[in-house]
Design a protein around this ligand. Structure first.
Ligand SMILES: CC(=O)N[C@H]1[C@@H](OP(=O)(O)OP(=O)(O)OC[C@H]2O[C@@H](n3ccc(=O)[nH]c3=O)[C@H](O)[C@@H]2O)O[C@H](CO)[C@@H](O)[C@@H]1O
Ligand SMILES: C=C(OP(=O)(O)O)C(=O)O
Length: 416
């Protein structure tokens, strides 16, 4: 099993190009099932979850061509509606096949999903929402079995604004008979981007990116081209890594407007930031940033997917920070690993109290999930000595070529 060995050696410096967003690309690829005409997607990140999504589409009978960051999906020959456990267990995004399969083919058998082990992660909202559209759904031997001759428009109010739940219902409603209104919908940029794609395919969606989304069902969707937006979580990861190592990096091909909460928080902690439409420069040379309180919540507040990376930054910051995780009940697995590196962190329920240390020390540590892996990489880059990070397959699920990118910024990092 591959490991990363990182020798902490000071500031990251240079330029880095941010990839397309994994969590935007996954629903876009699933939406390729909604039309018999081809979908051409660009700026698709080269990450393991995308490999898995493509394998799943191929298993269903799609013809998928991938070249560099472009993916072409032809789903005219779909002959199977079963997404098997072996693949679905490895990533949460696979549950996004449910809505499109059901809407276009009237049936879907999708294994209950996996993904990062950061909490219980039920799919009750996906199921209740599709039931409200008239689907018959049972859970049978670990599979969600859904049937509907044609879905019907409905009003559905989410108890919790689920991101993939909103995406699933949004896709399903595009081909339903009549109007659908989704209330308390997730407002994440990935939902708004999916709606942009679907409208480009001929759907009639209004309000995506707000908490109320209205969809007028159509008979069929057509093919189109779509560019995946930049990854706001990869962007935040490089911002935290640069500040932690007291470096100076320009991030290209990104979108600061998705991260305003994080950017203003960093500025308030003394990190020098400037940005334009598609770039951000972070200048932390010779500067130890102050502790930053973090409280995760749905967009536009602080993203749970950056909590671990900013825990690493706080472990090295000046002062005491509280980090509150409000989305997932088990997303502090990185704390025990950071402590191995000398971090001073106390856990009280869903709150971590982080007392910043001037230095951390390299140590053998284990990656427990995707963003926990990124947290350990950041801590290791800033620590004294060598850190060996085990189980980095988690990292490869969501970061495209992160070792090469960090090496080009001066990080000493090798895969063994
Ligand atoms: C592939 C993808 O896009 N993954 C992202 C997506 O995950 P995902 O879509 O799985 O996360 P959700 O938005 O659904 O989860 C938010 C909260 O709702 C709860 N919940 C969710 C669905 C449901 O049916 N019932 C229920 O109770 C979850 O347990 C969690 O506490 O959004 C999360 C929150 O921003 C991110 O961390 C993930 O990176
Ligand atoms: C939690 C994440 O992914 P998933 O939802 O696929 O587990 C993530 O991208 O941080």
């Amino acid at each position: 099993m591959a490991r990363l060995v990182i020798t902490g050696n000071g500031p990251l410096r240079g330029e880095v190009r941010i990839a397309g967003a994994k969590n935007a690309a996954l629903p876009v690829l699933a939406a390729g099932l909604l039309s018999a005409e081809p979908l051409q997607v660009s700026n698709v990140p080269g990450v393991r979850d995308i490999d898995t999504a493509i394998r799943l589409l191929e298993l269903l009978g799609c013809v998928v061509k991938r070249q560099d960051d472009s993916v072409h999906i032809d789903s005219s020959g779909v002959n199977n509606v079963r997404a098997p456990y072996e693949l679905v267990k490895t990533m949460r995004g696979a549950v996004l096949l449910l809505g499109p399969l059901l809407a276009r083919f009237g049936e879907a058998d999708v294994s209950l999903p996996g993904g990062c082990a950061i909490g219980e992660r039920p799919v009750n909202e996906h199921i209740e929402g599709l039931r409200a559209m008239g689907a018959e759904i049972t859970i049978d031997s670990g599979y969600i079995k859904a049937r509907a001759s044609r879905l019907k428009g409905c009003r559905y109010a989410f108890d919790i604004p689920s991101v993939t739940g909103t995406e699933n219902l949004l896709m399903a409603a595009t081909l339903a008979e009549g109007d659908t209104e989704l209330e308390n919908a997730a407002m994440e940029p990935e939902v708004a981007d999916l709606a942009r794609l679907l409208n480009g395919m001929g759907a009639r969606i209004q309000g995506a990116g707000t908490s109320i989304i209205r969809i007028r069902g159509v008979e069929a969707l057509h093919g189109t081209r779509h560019a995946v937006p930049p990854d706001r979580i990869e962007t935040g990861t490089f911002l935290a890594a640069t500040a932690a190592t007291r470096g100076k990096v320009t991030l290209r091909n990104t979108d600061p407007s998705f991260l305003l909460h994080v950017l203003t928080k960093m500025q308030a902690a003394g990190v020098r930031l400037t940005w334009g439409d598609d770039w951000i420069e972070v200048d932390s040379e010779n500067t130890r940033c102050r502790a930053m309180n973090v409280s995760t919540a749905p967009y536009p507040a602080f993203p749970t997917d950056l909590q671990a990376q900013f825990m690493a930054l706080n472990a090295l910051a000046d002062g005491v920070a509280t980090v509150v995780e409000n989305i997932f009940e088990n997303r502090f697995m990185h704390v025990a690993e950071l402590r191995r590196m000398g971090a001073d962190i106390e856990l009280q329920g869903n709150t971590a109290i982080v007392r910043g240390r001037e230095r951390l020390q390299g140590a053998p540590v284990m990656a427990t999930d995707l963003r926990a892996s990124a947290c350990l990489v950041i801590a290791a880059l800033a620590a004294d000595g060598d850190t060996t990070i085990d189980r980095i397959y988690h990292l490869d699920r969501g970061y495209a070529g992160i070792d090469d990118k960090l090496a080009r910024l001066g990080g000493i990092i090798r895969r063994v």
